[in-house]
Ligand binder design. Sequence first.
Ligand SMILES: Cc1cc2nc3c(=O)[nH]c(=O)nc-3n(C[C@H](O)[C@H](O)[C@H](O)COP(=O)(O)OP(=O)(O)OC[C@H]3O[C@@H](n4cnc5c(N)ncnc54)[C@H](O)[C@@H]3O)c2cc1C
Length: 341
Amino acid sequence: MNKKLVIIGSGPSGLVCAMTAVKNGISASNILVLEREGELGGTLNQCIHNGFLKNLTGTELASNLIKAVKKLGVECRTESCVLSLSADRVLTVISPSQGYQKIKADAVIIATGCREQSRGVLSIGGTRPAGVLSAGAAQRYINIEGYMPGKKTVVIGSTDIAFIVSRRLAIEGAKVITVVEPKSAPLSDKKNIKDCLRPFNIPFQLNHNVTKIYGKERIEAVDICQLDKKGKPIKKTKQKIECDSLVYSCGYTPDVDIAIEAGMRIKRDTKGPFTKRNYETTIPGVFVTGNAHYIHKNIDKILKESVVTAESVAKFLQKANQPKKEKKNEDNAHIDRKNQE
Ligand SMILES: Cc1cc2nc3c(=O)[nH]c(=O)nc-3n(C[C@H](O)[C@H](O)[C@H](O)COP(=O)(O)OP(=O)(O)OC[C@H]3O[C@@H](n4cnc5c(N)ncnc54)[C@H](O)[C@@H]3O)c2cc1C
């Protein structure tokens, strides 16, 4: 199967790329969006809180984007996971309906979003019982699966999602005992502390961390310590706190295993693919956008970047489709212009 443009991922960045590509002259029938989950919309589907664009909820924004893309007639396949991408833009895709498939694309946009840093980065001593989960997993359990991850929760981290999930747990009747942050300043805006923690009387402690987890099958308690200036626990401040869940949020990293395996150059600081100004990666014809590119501060920036990325892809395809003769003439005109100068 051949396609002009394949977009990997149907979060806000992938969907906006699909819409912009059509607006820039790429026929909808030549675009394919591949999504590994059963629903389109990406992470927005688990964000039922407002604050997206003009105060929409994440799910409202997702629904608007999905409707717009479907109206344009772009083919979007769910349950289709891209396993790999080669340097000549052949994608290996697996899905229950189509099985194992190879798709050749003239251009590819990687819009695979980000994933949460794993619990390993916390380096907390003690046992490894159930009830210890990331903020994203907790958000998914409550908002999509309809399960409560716990009734007495300690939260580690001060990212937006740590605060949003603390509020969500409190709204659903859990007691959020405390939110601790090892650093001396919160990672998220102070406004989030005001909006998410204060109305529910959730304590927030900077320079504090969980130092030990207790429990065999299920978490039963944690030790919390104040940290000194070097980040070391101050022993005499240790407090054992009973809880049935521990939610952590230690930041995100671009989800770009496909890019790494394809041999793309990856930036050390952002951990996303290295790109030119037009968001093309070091593999010609393969572009990256959204949180797969780097972790953006907010959704507005992601949407703006995705528009520019799709415009660049349209230009790239236009150039690639120009007849060779025309291209040669253009090159000669460029040389002539240079000679005249
Ligand atoms: C767990 C979690 C919770 C978050 N909660 C919030 C929040 O509450 N508020 C907020 O503003 N931001 C939140 N974010 C940030 C959020 O990612 C962005 O706001 C926004 O959704 C990013 O858009 P995106 O299109 O770049 O990525 P995403 O929305 O993450 O979309 C990427 C899509 O690509 C798909 N995909 C990935 N790999 C493949 C593959 N190999 N094949 C096919 N499909 C693939 C994924 O399934 C996903 O649907 C959260 C992020 C995470 C990871």
